[in-house]
Design a protein around this ligand. Structure first.
Ligand code: SF4
Length: 365
């Protein structure tokens, strides 16, 4: 068995460490590119959401390198993600690739079946060993997320523009080569010590923008056209509402047990949306309210074209904008999104919130 999995933010960092530690052969697909999207776009239904198209591209590139088993997490509520695994297997079959799929979910709440699937994927019946390795891997993903958040903060105020961009590139390239959790932890330590040495300009008071929306579009820089780097280049400090480490813990540990760690955000969403309507629409609304209450200068919602839960969330956002007077912009992304038009919208939004902030400061003075 040679496993692979689709790219989703820093999942590959923890996933590779986990498989290396357990002695399972793994192929990490190349980071998502136009080529991966092109493969997926030509083989998938036209109106399916773009995360599935890129997944297909990731799988094909891994299969060509020898992978024969795909690992993917299961449903996150009533949206298309619930049938991603089944549909992706069919698409690969039609392309002539007969690969096995292991879907991490507890069908009808059957935790025993989820554990059996995990045992199969990790090639061990030793539950304690498996649980320990998963725990270590999720810790690595969380640390990688923490480093990313740190980079987002530093990038807006770094003295030497471009320093963080270089460190980020180095981090991504080396993470694909690091061996096991030991190698990965060493890399994380090394990146942290590089970040400690970044010089910052204390005079700068960057604008603050919260990013909300569909999780894949939020955490995959290729699909969101590197929005965080673009905003940092415009002098903006970005906070991303969802991170993959929290998502892994929530979906593989808490939700199968009927629990959640999102209580605070659900409470913030309560006046506008009080139930799960699929995807992460609930979190989108909760974080929009949370950022508005926390003094952010602006909020940007990201979603792939045709994402129903986020389209519903988009229709609620004007009410939050009216209540808190915080500008909110929605960006819809797909394979046809042009970089120039996208950049123009970002620049115009940053310009708008900058002028709004200056007006407010003049008024307060
Ligand atoms: S949340 Fe949206 S983009 Fe993601 S699978 Fe569901 S419908 Fe598709």
């Amino acid at each position: 068995m040679i496993v692979t999995f689709p790219h989703m933010g820093n999942v590959y960092i923890g996933g590779k460490a986990l498989m290396d530690d357990l002695g399972v052969d793994v192929v990490v697909p190349p980071l998502s590119t136009d080529y991966a999207l092109e493969i997926g776009t030509t083989q998938s239904p036209e109106f399916i959401c773009s995360p599935l198209k890129i997944n297909i591209g990731n799988y094909v590139q891994s299969i060509q390198k020898g992978a024969d088993t795909v690992l993917i997490t299961g449903s996150c509520g009533p949206c298309r993600f619930g049938y991603y695994g089944v549909m992706e297997k069919e698409i690969l079959m039609d392309m002539g690739y007969d690969v096995d799929f292991i879907i991490f979910e507890a069908p009808d709440g059957d935790i025993g079946e989820l554990i059996r699937r995990m045992q199969k994927a990790t090639n061990t019946r030793n539950i304690a060993k498996m649980a320990k390795s998963i725990w270590v891997a999720q810790g690595i993903i969380k640390e990688a997320d923490r480093i990313e958040r740190r980079m987002l903060h530093l990038e807006a105020v770094e003295e030497d523009k471009g320093t963080i961009k270089k460190i980020r590139k180095q981090f991504k390239n080396q993470a694909r080569l690091a061996k096991g959790s030991k190698g990965m932890r060493e890399l994380l330590r090394d990146i942290n010590s590089k970040l400690d040495k970044v010089l910052i300009d204390n005079e700068q008071k960057p604008l603050k923008i919260g990013l909300i929306g569909e999780i894949y579009t939020l955490i995959e820089p290729y699909i969101n056209l590197h929005i965080e780097e673009k905003l940092a280049a415009l002098g903006v400090e970005v906070d991303r509402s969802l991170c993959v480490g929290e998502w892994v813990t929530e979906h593989l540990v808490y939700r199968p047990m009927g629990l959640t760690r999102d209580k605070k955000i659900r409470k913030a969403a309560q006046p506008y949306l009080d139930r799960c309507i699929g995807g992460h629409a609930w979190e989108t609304i909760g974080y929009a309210a949370h950022y508005s209450q926390s003094g952010y200068d602006g909020i940007i919602q990201l979603l792939p074209f045709g994402c129903m839960p986020e389209i519903v969330a988009e229709s609620i956002l004007p009410t939050i904008q009216k209540d808190y007077k915080v500008p909110i912009m929605t960006l819809v992304l797909d394979e046809l999104t042009g970089e120039a038009g996208y950049m123009t919208r970002l620049e115009a939004f940053v310009d708008l919130i900058q002028r709004k902030k200056e007006r407010r400061e003049r008024h307060e003075a």
